[in-house]
Design a protein around this ligand. Structure first.
Ligand code: ADP
Length: 596
């Protein structure tokens, strides 16, 4: 309960207590006094009767009679009795000393009695316990006026006071209980919704915004609850739209293939997206340390923070390439960023991290390819132009030399044609220029065709070719020329990379709805490190110490592209010097199966 309410209640109760006690006390004293007066008048009459009786007896000593009657009556009544004549001469005194009779108050009462016939007061007299109530009355005694003055001592005055106090207190208790009940009732009406409001606002402080469902029964409180509930609605809407915005940004940042790091003007990291974490090999603990203790867990991050510090200082964009521990090449571009609210004030730096390993590798491969192709183009052209020069002077040439020169020109022209056609082929397949029509063909027929063309080349090197074909036909749906290219490239490579007197095995088989083409050779094999790259454009495995085999590094790339067009896969098993097996797996379509 509120302290002010407590204090107010205490003051109110004290006032009730004081006022009611006083009221009761005054009321009761008045009652006692007036009752005593009534009694005093009858007591005075009785004394008069006794005095008359006594003084009518002849021979009675007047003063002695006064004193005796005063004494006797004072025991009966009981009260102190003083009898004076109209000149205030003392005739009798039952108790008080003479000097007290002349006291101010008693004199005043006697004077009043002489004037009005009867008078009286209430005093606290010295030497008289309790409250003294006086009654003075003028009487005619044997035609001589006298004043009989009675002093009643109300000794249980304290008891009376206590009784009054107890009564007052009881009254206060009843009143206070009633007031308390009323206050509690009113307070309950206020407190319940206020308590609810406090509960809800406290929960809101910790993020738990929920509406209040309570009937306050009070206009102001209802308004307050209504306002609070509207606030909750507004807050929930804001949170929803904020969450929506946040989740969009979060999804964007999480799925970006670009690493993002944000630092503030103090060069502290304030944002790192998952891609940046993985590029920099940072885990959550690293990040925590970086943020809390300014630790730089790896040199690459150290380098990045060095750049951002520079960017924060001069607001100039910076970009460098760095190598991380995974041997990736990272392109780091750091730029100054401005605050949303103060567009002209820088608020930190944004770092964009990109893994450019592949791009750089491709650039390198392209460069190598250009030099390879240039070389491949230049060498036959040099030979051709040389022999053309020679042929120009054919008159001095023998018939045999002329034929040899023309043969060489033809061979070199063929080489040039092959290289150019491979380049065109690659660009056509890469561009998915599917102008040829689909058809159904027997795979074995295509294999036989290729063997007829290429086997003599192998035989020239003393390489034998074994072909294992299935008994039943394997019908393939697609462009037969492309299938021919697959077989051609694999067989051609087998011949190229197999040493003289080696052997080649071509197998065609079926495994449920997949048909498998295998080209196995006893050739030079492929090193482990090269296997994962041989299907990439322009990639040629280096062959130190081995005879240089002409080629462009495009054959297997073209082969893989075509196999993918047939929805198939290609794999290779090989080890250095132990030959290679290329396996092509192409699924049979249902349509094809039903037609066969
Ligand atoms: P090219 O033969 O014109 O160089 P390919 O794309 O056909 O290009 O082959 C890529 C590389 O794969 C070759 O340079 C070679 O090192 C390796 N390779 C391909 N086939 C074989 C094979 N049968 N035996 C050994 N190495 C091979």
């Amino acid at each position: 309960m509120n302290k002010r309410i407590h204090l107010g209640l205490i003051i109110l109760l004290s006032l009730i207590f004081i006022i009611s006690s006083l009221a009761f006390f005054v009321f009761n004293i008045d009652t006692v006094i007036s009752q005593t007066r009534v009694r005093g008048i009858s007591d005075i009459r009785q004394i008069m009767i006794e005095l008359n009786k006594s003084l009518s007896t002849p021979g009675t000593d007047r003063m002695e009679a006064f004193q005796r009657i005063a004494y006797e009556q004072s025991i009966r009544i009981p009260a102190h009795i003083i009898i004076v004549d109209t000149n205030s001469n003392l005739l009798a005194n039952s108790f008080l000393k003479a000097e007290d009779i002349n006291g101010r108050y008693i004199n005043a009462d006697i004077v009043d009695a002489k004037e009005y016939g009867i008078a009286g007061s209430a005093y606290r007299l010295p030497g008289v316990p309790g409250l003294s109530v006086t009654v003075a009355g003028v009487q005619e005694l044997l035609s001589e006026p006298i004043v009989i003055y009675l002093i009643y001592s109300i000794e249980d005055f304290q008891g009376l006071y206590r009784a009054f106090t107890a009564f007052g207190l009881g009254l206060v208790l009843v009143f206070s209980s009633m007031i308390l009940l009323i206050v509690l009732y009113i307070q309950r009406g206020y407190q319940k919704p206020i308590r609810k409001l406090i509960q809800h606002t406290s929960a809101a402080v910790h993020g738990g915004f929920s509406k209040i469902t309570i009937d306050t029964g009070n206009q102001e409180l209802s308004k307050l609850v209504l306002n609070f509930n509207s606030l909750v609605d507004r807050y929930n809407e804001l949170v929803k739209s904020d969450n929506w915005k946040y989740s969009r940004i979060n999804t964007l940042l999480s799925n970006l293939n670009t690493g993002i790091i944000m630092v503030n003007l103090e060069n502290e990291i304030i944002l790192v997206n998952p891609r940046a974490e993985s590029l920099l090999n940072l885990n959550k603990l690293n990040l925590f340390n970086v943020r809390r203790n300014n630790e730089e867990p790896n040199t690459i991050l150290k380098e990045i923070l060095r750049i951002t510090r520079k960017v924060n200082n001069d607001q100039q964009s910076k970009s460098i390439s760095l190598n991380n521990s995974e041997n990736q090449i990272l392109e780091v571009v750091a730029d100054s960023i401005n605050s949303k609210y103060h567009p002209y004030e820088p608020s930190g730096a944004l770092v964009i991290l990109r893994d450019v390993t592949e791009i750089r590798r491709m650039e390198k491969l392209k460069d190598e390819f250009v030099s390879n192709v240039s070389h491949e183009l230049r060498s036959p052209l040099t030979v051709i132009s040389g022999f053309v020069e020679t042929l120009k002077s054919w008159k001095t040439l023998s018939e045999e030399d002329r034929t040899t020169a023309l043969d060489i020109v033809e061979i070199e022209t063929e080489r040039l044609k092959k290289l150019i056609s491979e380049l065109l082929h690659l660009s056509r397949i890469e561009g998915r220029m599917d102008t040829d029509k689909f058809e159904l063909f027997n795979a074995a027929d295509i294999i036989r065709e290729v063997i007829t063309v290429l086997a003599p080349l192998g035989e020239k090197k003393g390489i034998s070719t074994e072909v294992v074909l299935p008994d039943s036909e394997i019908i393939v749906s697609g462009v037969s020329l492309w299938y021919r290219q697959i077989v051609y490239n694999l067989y051609d490579n087998a011949i190229k990379y197999t040493n003289p007197e080696g052997s080649i095995k071509i197998r065609l088989s079926r495994e449920s709805n997949i048909h498998i083409l295998e080209v196995e050779d006893s050739g030079s094999g492929i090193a482990e490190k090269d296997i994962k790259h041989i299907f990439e454009r322009f990639y040629r495995a280096e062959r130190p110490g081995k005879n240089k085999v002409p080629g462009s590094g495009l054959g297997l790339t073209i082969t893989k592209y075509i196999i993918e067009e047939f929805s198939g896969t290609i794999s290779v098993k090989s080890s250095d010097l132990k030959g290679s097996v290329f396996s092509v797996r192409i699924p049979q379509e249902d349509r094809v199966k039903s037609e066969t």
